[in-house]
Write a protein that binds this ligand. Sequence first.
Ligand code: NAD
Length: 248
Amino acid sequence: MLLEGKVAVVTGGTRGIGFEIVRKYLANGAKVVLFGSRQETVDKALEKLNAENTSWEVDGMCPKLTDAGEVEKAILAIKEKFGKIDILVNNAGISQSTPLYNYTAEEFDKCIDLNVRALFYTILPAAKIMKEQGGGCILNTSSMVSISGQPAGVGYPTSKFAVNGMTISLARELAKDKIRVNAVAPGVTKTDMVASLPADMVARISAQIPLGRPGEPEEVANAFLYLASDMASYVTGEILSVDGASRV
Ligand code: NAD
């Protein structure tokens, strides 16, 4: 029970890595509000979690993450309902693999809007709440491409380099308010996001993983559990790779 009594918000919590983070946090005593893009997927995720354990305290919302006003309203509503926010996990994200010459400005903007701007929109109101309550923890989902780059779909690695920049900068800025800011950089992980990539791309990437296989969402969620817990009380500004040594 590493997160007993904590209140956590997890964006992109309806499936994949985010869903496993939510499960892990609930199993460790946290109350969790998950964000999804549609009410239908939020309801499905809540149903699944409630069926697994009826005593878990889990709620769901679907604010438009690229709308600063909507996000602020949702964060304030959570503070109103639960009295505090201890942990914010910015996990929602989209990947892209379009070659540059086929890319459009709209596609690039879509990636930056969700993978970068939306983080700023959740962090701003949440950090104010955390400061007022005397501390907190912000976690962002980065990617191994934030270290190695990616040979197509330039918006995606660009967005994750930005996630690292935001993480390290805010860790330095918010340390005085006892707010730790870290990121987890997964490698190829078995989720829908990977299923939507071209099969030859996934096979090519997997063959190069030193540990010889893609990661499981639960293996990534374990890193999020550690970083959110008091076990990581002196860890901030860290980009923790969970990638089977793919980046090196
Ligand atoms: P996924 O597609 O299974 O889940 C993505 C989540 O983001 C979903 O819950 C979805 O509802 C949410 N989301 C997507 N678009 C949204 C939008 N417009 N508004 C609100 N929510 C939206 O993907 P995943 O693999 O679990 O990815 C989660 C995070 O992990 C992402 O930030 C991704 O960049 C990162 N990541 C994934 C991998 C991988 O191999 N799966 C590797 C490195 C990093």
